[in-house]
Design a protein around this ligand. Structure first.
Ligand code: NAD
Length: 557
């Protein structure tokens, strides 16, 4: 197990994390936070494992990720039960998240070996190709709302591409995070994955560390901003998948009951603790009464049947409740829910608010709870405009029977993901690139492999061969004398840029597949410069058609 053992007293966080079960407030357990030295030690250990892991064949890394997925699945029930106790996420949902995490590891196990580059033909005998190389040490800083699924995406993509990872799970789900580190590390080489426990201060110590090459953060916008500021100084590459304030626009021509079911799913799934939860609903006036009635019925059914889990803790519940109360004070009406229930735990009911307006905090800020705020609009265009008038840019959904409206929404909504006629259900393995306050970079999909790697451009040209008759310093590779064949052979040989004829070496002769005795047996391309090529300042010849090695290199010739 590579979770750092807690030790020194100079803990930067609170020292010990006490986790309460949000269903009843009982103690789940305590986890001691890593201190700054332990964070540095974790980075050092991961760095030491980098070379071996980066040099491991991609297929072998993929095989180990498959084994990691197997190990995760074998203990899925244990993970799900622990996740439910730590965060309140109902067992079946928790299990779904664990299985999704295992599935993501498998996807990256398969995608890693086929992660490929590009090529560009720069001349008949010259070209560029690209290779992806690991960036180095990845600090993966993750949240609690789907702790296994989210972490497995970042870990899988980072490890598949030859990076090593220091994972800092959320302080609200540290037991699940530590167990994940233990299970995955049981099949991975030592220190390829190291887990550190702790809160925001520990995350800060990790992301500030100068030997971290990538910071991949999934979490709130305010934390993402802090991380971006720090990374601007350390130079780490940053991937930020942050908060959202997703809109749902309901057109006049859809079934109000179906639209209400979609809205309820979007607002209440995982008790509203999903980054892409529906946060603002703009419904066309023509169907608004029927829609609100059906949405209220959906919420009431969830509350009566206790289908929602609790919020993760009292702190989050207070934040959600404060937003709801402020909206009511500003003139909104709680048609269902809207107040904290009596009893233990951090429960909050499915809540439907009507009479909402854009100026209300609940419409401007992410609400990480089961709240469906509704505003009636007079046209689809008005709904589209209000949906787009937001500082977040994660995702948005439109429900419409009009292909024209759907196409306009897809084109005009300034968000990373536009969903047409389904609030959830993107393809497994799909990409997402948030905008504005919702983050930056791809946090999912095959594109995450690109984020986790550096692209190296390799430019390949033909070598310049020694000209005949020059002093006998012309040794063939390996130190043997250049073998000159006949003068005719020498005269026929041409260099890459149409340079002087050169003698053949043994090696050339071996490689001379067509047996004609030429250096490559080729005739210069008519568009190449005449023999002698271009001459640079140092008097060496270069092919005029050879592309520049780097866009900033001066053009040759
Ligand atoms: P958070 O940002 O508070 O915490 C996430 C992680 O960041 C935790 O591990 C935390 O310890 C760490 N952290 C906190 N302060 C830090 C600092 N100064 N430096 C470095 N690390 C620090 O977020 P949260 O409350 O745990 O998660 C909920 C948020 O995550 C919501 O806003 C939700 O929308 C977002 N989220 C986004 C996505 C996405 O894909 N866009 C997915 C899941 C959750």
């Amino acid at each position: 197990m590579t979770t750092l053992a807690p030790s020194a007293p100079d803990v930067r966080g609170s020292g010990t994390l006490t986790i309460l079960d949000p269903r009843d407030g009982s103690v789940v357990g305590e986890v001691v936070e890593a201190d700054r030295d332990e964070v540095a030690q974790a980075v050092r250990r991961a760095r030491a494992a980098l070379d071996g892991w980066a040099r491991t064949d991609a297929a072998a890394r993929g095989e180990l990720l498959h084994r990691a997925a197997d190990a995760l699945r074998e203990r899925a029930a244990e993970f799900a039960a622990l996740n439910e106790r730590e965060t309140g996420k109902p067992y079946d949902d928790s299990l779904g998240g664990v299985m999704a995490g295992a599935g993501t590891l498998r996807q990256y196990a398969e995608l890693g070996p086929v992660h490929r580059g590009h090529s560009l033909v720069g001349g008949r005998y010259a070209g560029d190709y690209t290779v992806a190389q690991p960036r180095g040490v990845v600090a993966a800083v993750t949240p609690w709302n789907d702790p296994v699924a989210v972490a497995c995406g970042l870990l899988g993509a980072a490890l598949a591409t030859g990076n090593v990872v220091v994972h800092k799970p959320s302080e609200r789900s540290p037991h699940v995070g530590a167990l994940l580190g233990e299970v995955l590390s049981s099949v991975l080489p030592v220190d390829v994955l190291v887990t550190v426990s702790g809160g925001g201060a520990v995350g800060a110590a990790l992301t500030e560390h100068p030997d971290v090459d990538v910071v991949a953060h999934v979490g709130s916008t305010s934390t993402g901003r802090k991380i971006a500021r720090v990374a601007a100084l350390t130079g780490a590459h940053v991937i930020r998948e942050n908060g959202g304030n997703d809109a749902l626009v309901v057109d006049a021509d859809v079934d109000p009951a179906w639209a209400a079911a979609q809205a309820a799913l979007g607002s209440f799934a995982n008790a509203g603790q999903i980054c892409t939860s529906v946060e603002r609903i703009f419904v066309h006036r023509a169907i608004a009464p029927a829609f609100v009635e059906a949405l209220a019925a959906e919420a009431t059914a969830r509350n009566e049947q206790r289908l929602l889990g609790p919020l993760v803790d009292g702190r989050l519940r207070d934040e959600v409740d404060a937003q709801v109360r402020a909206a009511i004070e500003d003139g909104a009406t709680a048609v269902v829910g809207g107040s904290v229930p009596d009893g233990d735990g951090s429960w909050y009911p499915a809540t439907v608010l009507t009479g909402c307006r854009p100026g209300m905090t609940i419409m401007q800020e992410e609400t990480f709870g089961p709240v469906a705020p509704v505003q009636v609009v007079d046209s689809f265009d008005e709904g589209l405009r209000l949906a787009g008038a937001d500082r977040y840019g994660l995702a948005a959904t439109v429900l419409t029977a009009s292909i024209e409206h759907a196409n306009r929404a897809a084109a005009d909504l300034d968000v990373g993901t536009v969903k047409i006629n389904a609030v959830f259900g993107g393809a497994p393995g799909g990409a997402a690139q948030p905008r504005r306050d919702s983050g930056a970079g791809f946090g999912y999909g095959p594109e995450l492999l690109d984020e986790m790697t550096l692209t190296k451009v390799v430019h390949v040209g033909l070598p310049q061969m020694p000209a005949p008759g020059l002093p006998d310093a012309h040794l063939a590779p390996g130190g043997t004398d250049t073998v000159t064949t006949s003068a005719a052979d020498a005269g026929a040989a041409v260099t890459a840029g149409g340079g002087p004829a050169t003698p053949l070496t043994d090696a050339d002769a071996d490689a001379d597949a067509d047996g004609d005795g030429g250096d490559s047996g080729r005739t210069p391309h008519p568009e190449e410069p005449a023999e002698g090529g271009d001459e640079d300042d140092e008097g060496t010849t270069t092919g005029g058609d050879v592309p520049r090695v780097h866009p900033s290199d001066p053009a040759e010739g």
